[in-house]
Design a protein around this ligand. Structure first.
Ligand code: BMA
Length: 328
């Protein structure tokens, strides 16, 4: 095994499947994909772009469920193995004492970050346009919603799992009110998870599969080589947007500094469940569970805006690949 290591906890129960014989990919798909079908609960039109973390000896998560009304809602899910999930039939009702934010209109593309003993949920939250909503929970039963992090229009808010140089840090992606045809990744810093500033540019589009826009995916993974940021990149084809997955290594102390990023994609929509659905040709990563002991990474991604899928990587192999196939 390569010597690059994950800084974090051991998760011996991580979902895992060895790379198939003869597979040349650095990120490979779970053979039983999709792991969550679109109709897993009675109200769901689709379940995708969802966030998963370890919770005690088990797993918990916040799932994007587009209802049959086509309202975008967030639901709690629980799992013993990270693969088979029980999604609650009722959406999350956030506790919130801020009158202006109590009227939850929609939420989508959640991320969950374990930070200082709490689980912070952040998602694309409507407040006169899409912005980044934040709530925390300790039990995945009661969720305490706090201030939106930023002004509209924003998507893909992604918290780092610890303070860096005394500040909380969040990646974000300024956007517009629609199906944004542009988008670079920025980073904002906060003393208290309420007030955000000291904004920094992280990275933008560079061509090919990442030529229209880019956005951060799972909680960045701390490694011996820097923060491993898995992200999505978008290409505009004559049939519309194509969402693929790549990765970058960010400086540990100044994470707006990109050291390496993948010129080729790591995974692009090629399987039927990624190419056919409510929005074809989408692979959209939102979460990763990592085992510091073995270097295993399990990536959760939404496919075709319809279902939830799993893919796997080995940290050493992934970091070597990012370094050797980089265009910054
Ligand atoms: C983005 C977001 C994602 C979605 C993607 C493709 O703007 O809305 O939730 O997966 O478009 O439709």
């Amino acid at each position: 095994m390569a010597e690059q290591t994950i800084v974090g906890e051991a998760v011996l129960s991580i979902p895992w499947e060895d790379k198939p014989e003869g597979c040349a990919d650095v990120v490979w798909r779970y053979s039983e994909n999709p792991i969550i079908p679109r109709d897993a609960i009675p109200c769901s039109n689709s379940i995708f772009n969802s966030a998963v973390v370890t919770f005690g000896d088990d797993f918990a998560g916040v799932f994007r469920v587009d209802h049959r009304t086509r309202r975008m809602m967030l639901h709690t899910g629980r799992s013993g193995d990270g693969i088979h999930w029980d999604i609650e039939p009722e959406p999350i009702r956030f506790e919130c004492d801020i009158p202006e934010l109590q009227n939850f209109a929609y939420g989508y593309d959640p991320r969950v970050c374990k930070l200082e003993g709490r689980y912070y949920v952040h998602w694309c939250n409507w407040y006169h346009g899409p912005t980044i909503g934040i709530a925390w929970t300790e039990d995945f039963k009661t969720y305490h919603q706090t201030e939106n992090a930023l002004l509209p229009f924003q998507r893909n808010g992604v918290l780092f799992p610890r303070k860096i140089n005394g500040s909380y840090v969040m990646l974000n992606r300024p956007s517009d009110n629609g199906h944004t045809p542009f988008g670079d990744i920025f980073l904002s810093q906060s003393p208290d998870l309420i007030h955000w500033g000291r904004h920094r540019y992280v990275m933008g589009t560079i061509g090919g599969w990442q030529s229209t826009k880019v956005g951060a995916g799972p909680t960045p993974i701390e490694t011996s080589e820097g923060w491993l940021m898995i992200y999505h990149g978008v290409l505009t084809s004559c049939n519309g947007f194509v969402y693929s997955m790549g990765a970058a290594l960010l400086d540990l102390d100044e994470p707006w500094k990109v050291m390496y990023r993948t010129a080729p994609y790591l995974l692009s929509p090629q399987r039927l469940y990624e190419c056919v659905g409510d929005v074809p040709n989408v692979a959209f990563p939102c979460a990763a569970v990592c085992d510091a002991e073995t270097g295993r990474i399990a990536i959760y991604y939404g496919a075709a805006d319809t279902v939830v899928c799993l893919a796997f990587a080995q940290v050493g192999e992934l970091i070597d690949y990012v370094k050797q196939n980089s265009a910054v």
